[in-house]
Design a protein. Structure first.
Length: 125
C-alpha cells in the first residue's frame, strides 16, 4: 500500500472485499429453491448489499461519529449474513464448499471492517 489517495468508497479495501462477498451471495442464492425467492434469498441478498451500502454511506458522511454509526450497521448486517449462511447450509441449500468459501470471505471482510472501525474511532474526540 503506497500513497494512493482514497477518493471514493470504491477505493476502500473493506468495500472491495465486501463487494466480492455480495457477488458470491448473489451467485450462491441463484441455485436456491424458487419458493425461497422471497425468503432466505431476499434476506441474504439484502444483508449483503447492506454491508457495502453502509460502508459507502458512512464514507460519504462528514463527521466521524456519523461515519461510525454506518460502519456499525454494516458490521451488524455482516453478522446477520453469517447466520443466514449457516441456516442455508443446514437446510442443504448450500454445499459445504460454498458455505466455507462464503464464510471465509465474510470473516475476512469482518476483520477488515473491524480494523476500519478501530481506525475511524481514533478520529472521534
Amino acid at each position: 500500500m503506497g500513497n494512493e489517495k482514497i477518493k471514493d468508497f470504491t477505493d476502500l479495501i473493506v468495500w472491495k472485499e465486501g463487494h466480492k462477498l455480495v457477488l458470491m451471495i448473489y451467485d450462491a442464492t441463484n441455485n436456491f429453491p424458487k419458493n425461497e425467492r422471497f425468503g432466505l434469498v431476499s434476506q441474504m441478498r439484502r444483508c449483503a448489499v447492506s454491508i457495502t451500502s453502509n460502508i459507502a454511506e458512512g464514507f460519504g458522511r462528514k463527521g466521524y461519529k456519523e461515519k461510525l454509526q454506518f460502519y456499525y450497521v454494516s458490521s451488524g448486517s455482516l453478522s446477520e449474513l453469517k447466520n443466514q449462511t449457516l441456516i442455508a447450509k443446514d437446510v442443504k441449500y448450500l454445499s459445504e464448499k460454498s458455505f466455507i468459501d462464503i464464510m471465509q470471505r465474510a470473516d475476512s471482510t469482518h476483520k477488515l471492517l473491524n480494523l476500519f472501525i478501530s481506525k475511524t474511532k481514533t478520529f472521534v474526540s
